[in-house]
Unconditional design. Sequence first.
Length: 286
Amino acid sequence: MESDITAFQKAVLSWYKDNRRSFPWRETSEPYRILVSELMLQQTQTERVLPKYEEFLNAFPTAHDLAEAPLADVLEHWSGLGYNRRARFLQQACQKVVRELGGVFPHTPSELEKLPGVGPYTARAVACFAFGAAHPEAVEPFIETNIRSVFIVFFFKDDMYADGAPKSVSDAQILRLVADSIPSEDVCSAREWFYALMDYGAMLKKKTKNPNRRSSSYTKQSRFKGSVREARGVILRQLVKNKENGLSLSQIQKIEYIDIERLTKAADLLCSESLIIRDGDMYRIV
């Protein structure tokens, strides 16, 4: 297995040397900027994130700026990325850092996970990309969609059941290999290794049928058009535009032509998540 891991590392790093992608969040080790990028990149294509990342940081250049901003302004600059809860979580995480931690981001995954909206993957990614060089002990294995693809293709492509059907692969199986594959510092930094895995996985997805279909955690994303998720975005978009006075759902329906039942379900969810509040028939951003 050790020789397999070494050959794997060489193959990935050799390809990465000539094909490395360049992104602004890879040019910094500032934890706030890396956290912004990680939350933006969740379930959102890189091409959509790039312009919004720059716009967002121009509006809120520091964690303190974001912590003290009105939520309506935050959502306005997040608009277009979808999954707006991420913007709320990001602001709440920065509020905790600024107001409770003296403006200093924790550097271990376990402490980062205590921030609102920061789960196991995000905590480990921020620890690696922001603090891995200064605190190598903070680097723990993690998986995202591109990394999962790489390990499935390299280590599980020939795993079949007796009837010839491909076996599904669990994240626990992959995580063990991810942990074993992190190179020593004299080969490359953990930060560069995980960037290399992500870039290699992005390439594989363009050249092969999505390898993640082999993952036991794979789920096909539900259709956006006609969904409650679409209605959520519509409500927030209109309330951001009318953040001073708010709107009723009937007013939003006349503008967006979405059925009132979906709007009502979406509004109830947004209220429960403290993104909007209701006052009689009127809704507005918190």
